[in-house]
Design a protein around this ligand. Structure first.
Ligand SMILES: [Zn+2]
Ligand SMILES: [Zn+2]
Length: 277
C-alpha cells in the first residue's frame, strides 16, 4: 500500500454548530456556511484515526462514506459535549480492537465513566494518554499529546508520520505554555481553533444572552483570527486550516475573501488533502 497522510475535516463548527434553529443571520441562512461540530479524520498508512467523536458523527460518516467499524483509533481532545457526545455511535462489537484514547486527569476519568459501558460490552478499548508523553502507533507514526489552555483540561495532538507533522489545536486560547509552543515548532499543518474573527464577536456571544462581558484577557478560551495568525508565526507552521468556527463569524465566502491566503485556509466541512501528494 502506498504511503498516505490524508486529512479530512469532518466538522469545522463550534459547540452548537451552524446553522442554529430560528437564527436568521446571514451565516446561518447560507448553505455554504453550514458547519458540523468539530471532527477530523486522519488516514495514515493503513490506519484510520478519528479525532473527537462529536454529536454530528453519524452525518459526517454518511458525507465521508466512512464506516465506523473501520476506525482504528479515536483521540478525544476533551470532554465538552461537542467533542465526545458522538461516542454512542460506536455500538457494535468489532473483531478488530478499536481504541479510545483520553487524557489522564481526574475530571476526564469522572466523565468517561459514563461511556465505560462501551468497554464492558467490548465495543471499544479505553486507554489514557499523558500530555507530552509520545504514543507510538506503528514504526512510522507517533502521536504527541500537548497541553492546551481551555476552561477544561484539554489536549492537542501532534501526529508525526515519516518526516511530516500535523497538529490539532482545539479548544484553546492563544496563551500556550512554552513546552506546547516548542513542541508545535515547524509543523507542516496546523488545524486551529478559530471561534471568531475578533473580540467584538466574542463580546456579542455574551451580550446576546444578556450577560455582562467578561474580561476577555483572562476568561475567554478560544482563539480569534489574529490569535491564530500569531500562533502560526510563533511556531512557524507551514499552513493553517481554521476549525471550530462559530456562527458569529461572517459567511464562508466572505471569510475566504477577507483572510484566506495560500498558507492560511478557512476550513469547511469535507475539506480533504493528502500531505504526501
Ligand atoms: Zn468545542
Ligand atoms: Zn471545549
Amino acid at each position: 500500500m502506498p504511503a498516505k497522510f490524508k486529512c479530512t475535516i469532518l466538522g469545522s463548527g463550534d459547540t452548537i454548530g451552524t446553522p442554529i434553529a430560528g437564527c436568521k443571520c446571514a451565516t446561518c441562512l447560507d448553505p455554504k456556511s453550514k458547519r458540523y461540530r468539530f471532527g477530523l479524520l486522519l488516514e495514515i498508512d493503513t490506519l484510520k484515526i478519528l479525532i473527537d467523536p462529536n454529536p454530528d458523527l453519524k452525518w459526517q460518516c454518511l458525507s465521508a462514506d466512512l464506516e465506523l467499524k473501520d476506525i482504528d483509533h479515536i483521540f478525544v481532545t476533551h470532554h465538552h459535549s461537542d467533542h465526545i457526545n458522538g461516542l454512542g455511535e460506536f455500538f457494535f462489537r468489532n473483531p478488530k480492537p478499536q481504541v479510545l484514547w483520553y487524557g489522564d486527569n481526574p475530571l476526564n476519568h469522572k466523565l468517561i465513566d459514563y461511556w465505560k459501558y462501551l468497554e464492558a460490552e467490548q465495543v471499544l478499548e479505553f486507554r489514557t494518554f499523558s500530555n507530552f508523553k509520545e504514543i507510538k502507533l506503528n514504526d512510522d507514526l507517533t502521536v504527541l499529546p500537548i497541553e492546551l489552555s481551555h476552561d477544561f483540561p484539554t489536549s492537542g495532538f501532534i501526529f508525526k508520520y515519516r518526516n511530516k507533522k500535523i497538529a490539532v489545536v482545539t479548544d484553546t486560547n492563544g496563551k500556550l505554555k512554552r513546552q506546547t509552543i516548542d513542541s508545535l515548532k515547524n509543523v507542516n499543518v496546523l488545524f486551529a481553533d478559530t471561534f471568531s474573527e475578533n473580540q467584538e464577536q466574542i463580546k456579542k456571544v455574551y451580550t446576546d444572552c444578556g450577560i455582562s462581558t467578561p474580561d476577555l484577557g483572562t476568561e475567554w478560551f478560544h482563539m480569534t483570527i489574529d490569535d491564530v495568525k500569531d500562533l502560526k508565526a510563533k511556531i512557524n507552521a507551514k499552513r493553517v486550516y481554521t476549525v471550530h468556527m462559530s456562527r458569529h463569524m461572517d459567511t464562508q465566502e466572505n471569510l475566504v475573501k477577507k483572510y484566506q491566503t495560500d498558507d492560511f485556509v478557512i476550513g469547511y466541512d469535507s475539506l480533504s488533502f493528502d500531505l504526501l501528494k
